[in-house]
Design a protein around this ligand. Structure first.
Ligand code: HEC
Length: 311
């Protein structure tokens, strides 16, 4: 019982590992019916199953046939009044022929004439199965050489790898073409204090914006970007839009044609992140006071606090 349980556990762990490995790769395990090769697998499985059944039936038929042959031989022997000597079975004949055993009675024919302290040597031939393997591999080597190195009919593993890489790249290109990365624009942009993006935004800011808005955002030609007052709105969407489209008549360049959408997003994040940093010599507030809309979770937080204090 324990052995069976252990074997089961073993098989199951093996299967899960295999499934996990397969999950990351081929689409077959995720969606077998949708796999383009599914009909091929189905036909292959069917062919194997049929072959297996045919072999079983053939073996059974041979056994039945053997019984009839034996019966007939026995009857014949009885009629002729001689003793029935059973013939060796097909399997025994096959076994003997592939091994070419010398029966013990004939061993004297192949006995070599030397004798070391009573130890004698038989001059046995190599068993035929061993020779077939050798000849088979010689023939296979010839076919292999011609197919892989002379006519180049079949790809070597290096070429196979190359072909797979090319296929994967083609699939990737196809995938990217049908799923383009979401466009970055003012209609969908949301702010999050993502440090990597803010760091990139800082670089964009220092290079392009510091000349008018000053290195710390305190403002000079352009307005102070660290206070709560905004000429064109202080939400991330409005900041993105004003950077992209500019306010040409007031001296703010449209950055849309100069910077990529990602760069404009990065620098918008950066501007959001420097709010309230109170740099020295700030430019006087311009525009209207902007307050962030209350976060949606505020309610839940209050409730949680109430619950805590009531305990
Ligand atoms: C040539 C000077 C100049 C440069 C360079 C410049 N700005 Fe401006 N920026 C201005 C001016 C002037 C304004 C005010 C526009 C107005 O009065 O409507 C402004 C306004 C803004 C506003 C809106 C502020 C508000 O109160 O609504 C933002 C945001 C802004 N700039 C960001 C940037 C960013 C980001 C860069 C760099 C990519 C940049 N600016 C580069 C001059 C500049």
């Amino acid at each position: 019982m324990r052995t069976i349980t252990l074997t089961l556990i073993f098989i199951l762990t093996g299967l899960t590992a295999f499934a996990q490995e397969a999950e990351s790769g081929s689409s077959f395990w995720r969606d077998p019916l949708g796999d383009p090769l599914f009909p091929f697998y189905l036909v292959t499985a069917f062919v194997f199953l049929t072959a297996f059944l045919v072999v079983i039936v053939a073996v059974y038929m041979l056994k039945v046939l053997n019984v009839f042959i034996r019966k007939a031989a026995e009857e014949r022997a009885e009629k002729q009044g001689i003793q029935y000597v059973p013939q060796p079975s097909l399997w025994t004949k096959f076994w003997n022929s592939i091994n070419a055993f010398k029966p013990a009675q004939e061993e004297k024919d192949i006995l070599l004439d030397h004798n070391y302290d009573g130890i004698k040597e038989l001059d046995n031939h190599l068993p035929p199965w061993w020779k077939w393997l050798l000849y088979g591999s010689i023939i296979w080597a010839g076919i292999y050489l011609v197919m892989y190195h002379v006519t180049d009919t079949l790809p070597l593993s290096g070429d196979e790898y190359q072909a797979e890489v090319e296929l994967a790249q083609a699939q990737k290109a196809k995938f990217l073409a049908s799923n383009p990365p979401a466009a970055i624009d003012e209609s969908t942009l949301e702010y999050s204090a993502d440090e990597a993006i803010i760091a990139k935004g800082r670089t964009v800011y220092v290079t392009n914006c510091a000349s008018c808005h000053m290195p710390e955002g305190q403002g000079s030609i352009g307005p102070n970007l660290t206070d709560d007052y905004w000429l064109h709105g202080g939400s991330i969407k409005e900041i993105f839009a004003v950077i992209k489209n500019g306010v040409q008549e007031k001296g703010m360049i449209p950055w849309g044609p100069v910077l990529s959408p990602e760069q404009i997003r990065d620098v918008s994040y950066y501007i959001k992140s420097i709010k309230g940093t109170n740099p020295p010599n700030p430019k006087a507030p311009q525009g209207e006071l902007y307050t962030e809309a209350a976060p949606v979770e505020a309610d839940t937080v209050v409730q949680a606090d109430t619950v805590k204090s009531s305990i």
